[in-house]
Design a protein. Structure first.
Length: 121
């Protein structure tokens, strides 16, 4: 039996095929379905500049006691323009502790620049 990922999706060939759209393998089927919806909205001109998995630095790398501490990054699911707002969107079935912490750090650092949306499945 094939192992499931941390998102409880199948990593078999069929499971990956169900989550692949336009040659992009998404972390979940819900995320791939939301991408299809956003593509339709972009084609209709309702949203613009659709971007997949935009990355943001939450805290830069630094040195502590001679050791380098890696930067903390957050990768969202989607970024796009909706009217005059730049939207950062996440597709979530379950909010992990790690996600909640990164969301808080993101909102603290970038909350005034972006509109943050969560699509619950």
């Amino acid at each position: 039996m094939a192992r499931r990922s941390k998102y409880r999706v199948s990593n078999t060939r069929a499971g990956k095929a169900a989550r692949t759209v336009d040659g992009v393998l998404f972390a979940s089927k819900a995320e791939s379905l939301r991408y299809r919806e956003l593509k339709v909205l972009a084609s209709a001109g309702e949203i613009g500049e659709l971007e997949l998995q935009p990355a943001f630095e939450l805290q830069p790398a630094f040195k502590y006691g001679g050791q380098r501490v890696a930067a903390i990054r957050y990768t969202a699911d989607f970024k796009y323009l909706d009217g005059g707002a730049v939207v950062i969107e996440e597709v979530k079935g379950f909010e992990t502790r790690d996600y909640k912490l990164r969301r808080k750090l993101f909102l603290f650092r970038y909350g005034t620049q972006y509109e943050y949306r969560v699509v619950k499945v």
